[in-house]
Design a protein around this ligand. Sequence first.
Ligand SMILES: [Zn+2]
Length: 94
Amino acid sequence: MSTSKRLPIAGHSSINIRNLSIKCGNCDTYQTLSHFRPRDEWNVYTYECENDICDPEVTRTYVEVPAELDEFANRDPTWHGGKIHAGAGGDHEH
Ligand SMILES: [Zn+2]
C-alpha cells in the first residue's frame, strides 16, 4: 500500500470558475455569478442567490481565484468587468 500518491496537477494547475458550483447553504440552490473584479493578485467572483428566499446582501459569496491560475478570465479577457448573464436586473457599473 502506497501513501505516496502524487497529484498530477502539482506545480502547474489552473482553475476554471465555470467548473465550480456555488451552492447556498441557506436556500440550498445554486448561486449565480453576478460580478467579477480583479483585486491585486486575485480575481474575485461574486455569487448571489436569485430567488425570493435569500437576501443577497446576506448570502452573497465571494470566490477568490489566484489570477495566474484563473483559466476562465484568461480565456475570456473581454468578459472582464462585464456580466455573463444578460438577463434582468442591471446594477452594472462601469
Ligand atoms: Zn440562498
